[in-house]
Design a protein. Structure first.
Length: 383
């Protein structure tokens, strides 16, 4: 039952108007708050989904023909060159993969793929004047920079820039790992039984013109693929078992362990330098697979001989052991060889030697710790 005061309150027009005004004011603040919350949420989501479409080189950047610091340099980008990264859907450069790829027109007009490391990229342009001075040696041609279909400022083959840079043996070993081979070659008697075997290391490469020998090869030293003691004269293996130990943890759509040749002979499985005094040879892989197609790249060999005291690393697998990275220095040169301070364990002959000073491949190492230097060998073997 309502009291008289309650009845008067509800029948009073002023009270009703005040009541309605208060309802309206409360609704306004409620709506404003919801609207503000919605706007904040939308702004937050917008910030979360923000992506960058381009990055900038923060120094003179090498462009390589594959995603590794040991791959051949095919050109350079100047500082503050814009690089299109829109296909990666990232918010900043740190989210990029270690190596990004792009297409550019090669000298014959066809499309080629180049790779650049994200460490030389920044989210914004850098002030060149405020950067620390970097000692550089330039060999400059009068050719204008070639425009790629993504960016400008890409300076191809005949504009070479060498920048003083620090490399690590661990990084170089990691970059080369998929191409480092452990090989066991087999010598058979007339009945197809194995007489003896030899195990050694080598480096995967791809023939540009094989003359019918095969598609791929393993660079190594002569001792692993020849024998003169058993018969008293030179005999070659009939088959070789090849494995890429680091490939066991990589899936490239193909085998990382396989064999070439057979006990019955047939196609040659090795390729020797005609000069018997040169400790260098190749295991020939006539038929490839997806693993080889993925990882066989043009190897970035050093353009010139090393200097005494240069830091080096030799990377490979001894017999019945895990992979090793042996470090030392160059002690001199002798003929085709670079002499070193490194002792080579049994089975590790043929291992790949790299210059830690210059970040490039020197060649293959024999059991005496001598490197068959590719910069000297290329003139006699056409590497």
């Amino acid at each position: 039952m309502e009291t008289k005061n309650q009845q008067n309150s509800f029948n009073n027009p002023v009270a009703i108007i005040i009541f309605i005004a208060l309802l309206g004011l409360g609704g306004y603040f409620l709506f404003s708050k919801n609207s503000s919350d919605t706007t904040a949420t939308t702004t937050q989501n917008s910030d979360t989904q923000k992506t960058i479409t381009e990055a900038y080189t923060n120094t003179t950047a090498n462009v390589r023909e594959c995603g590794s610091s040991t791959c051949k340099v095919v050109g350079t980008y100047d500082p503050n060159t814009s690089v299109d990264v829109s296909s990666y859907s990232i918010g900043n450069v740190s989210q990029l993969p270690d190596w990004i790829s792009f297409s550019y027109p090669s000298s014959d007009g066809s499309s080629a793929t180049g790779y650049i490391n994200k460490s030389v990229l920044s989210d914004t342009q850098v002030s060149v004047e405020s950067k620390p001075a970097v000692t550089q040696t330039h060999t400059v041609s009068n050719q204008n920079p070639t425009k790629s279909n993504l960016d400008t400022g890409f300076n191809q083959n005949n504009v070479q820039t060498q920048t003083q840079q620090t490399y690590s043996a661990e990084t170089l070993a990691s970059d080369l790992a998929p191409r480092l081979a452990y090989v066991t070659c087999n010598w058979y008697n007339r009945y197809g039984s194995v007489l003896f075997t030899k195990s050694f290391n080598g480096l995967l490469g791809q023939y540009t013109s094989s003359g019918g020998m095969g598609s791929y090869y393993i660079n190594t030293v002569r001792d692993g693929i020849t024998d003169t003691q058993w018969a008293g004269y030179l005999i070659l293996p009939s088959s070789c078992d090849i494995s890429f130990p680091s490939g066991a943890s990589m899936y490239a759509g193909g085998l990382s362990t396989f064999s070439v040749g057979s006990s019955g002979g047939g196609d040659a499985v090795v390729n020797l330098v005609s000069n018997a005094g040169v400790d260098f040879g190749q295991v020939v892989i006539k038929y490839g697979n997806n693993y080889l197609a993925t990882y066989a790249k043009t190897n970035n060999y050093c353009a010139s001989r090393p200097s005494v005291g240069d830091a080096i690393a030799v990377i490979g697998w001894p017999i019945n052991s895990t992979g090793q990275t042996l470090t030392g220095t160059v002690t001199g040169t002798s003929g085709y060889y670079d002499t070193t301070s490194i002792s080579i364990p049994n089975g590790m002959q043929g291992s790949t030697a790299v210059s830690v000073t210059h970040g490039c491949i020197l060649g293959q190492t024999n059991s005496a710790g001598q490197i068959a230097d590719e910069s000297a060998l290329k003139y006699v073997f056409g590497l």
